[in-house]
Design a protein. Sequence first.
Length: 303
Amino acid sequence: MTSLGPELTTAVRREVVDVRGVPASALVAEAPRPQAVIVALHGGATTSAYFDHPGHPRLSLLRTAVAAGFTVIALDRPGYGSSAGHEDRMRTPEQRTDFAFAAVEALREGRENGVGVFLWAHSAGCELTVRMASDPRGADLLGVELAGMGRTHHPHSVRAMEEWRRDPTRTRPNLRRVLWHPPHAYPPDVHGGRGIGAASPAYEGHRANWQAEFEELAARVPVPVHLTVAEHEQVWLSGPEGLADLASLFPGAPRVVRHEQAGAGHNTSVGRTALAYHLHVLAFVEECALGVRALPGVEGRHG
């Protein structure tokens, strides 16, 4: 295994593949003989750069994971990156799920895949990940990581979203504060999404029935699940109560691990504690790659 040096100088390159006439882009960092492949799915209003912030290699999931022996494909979700402008081909969740499966298959072609694929998602990217993991095509996944999501919105985010809905023409300073709270959790040139921002496709704002659908899909996920909530999360209900509530939605998973990331705000992969967060979840990915399943008893399954 390569040493986790402070610079993490792994080569990260942008790749574009064709998915039935629509270009799909990704940032890719490849390990020589990978233990497994991690497919990372970013949240809203950003791109795959979320997992490899310019100028901050120490915060990069791609560089850290490759140093630990994993290849990473950070896919630009449907409507982002090269597929921006093709939203007419991705109007439905089914179309977007099909697009993601096809893009990942094309990006994996011709490279070593180790023992399989692990899905790692943040915030709005968790929707696509849960759809993929509950789909029959996702039955062979090694496991999933879901960060920056929940079942119940934090009161601060509810107020911020209500303000915006009352007047959509206004900027959303209160929502921005919720997403990037607290400022000290991020380097100054990262706070607020500097360097990684992107326009969101129209479908991002239309998920009226998602919470009910999420419960139904989560119950069908058959692989190990790791859940991360930030210590300072203000988008979703946080702390042990929020994690337990979220974990209860995955009764079919052989193992559900709950983690509160100390010192982090909502955007766990670009904060000051990003390296600690990535190392913690990479330990879970390694366990999944080695075939570690549920520990005996209820406590083991919901550790």
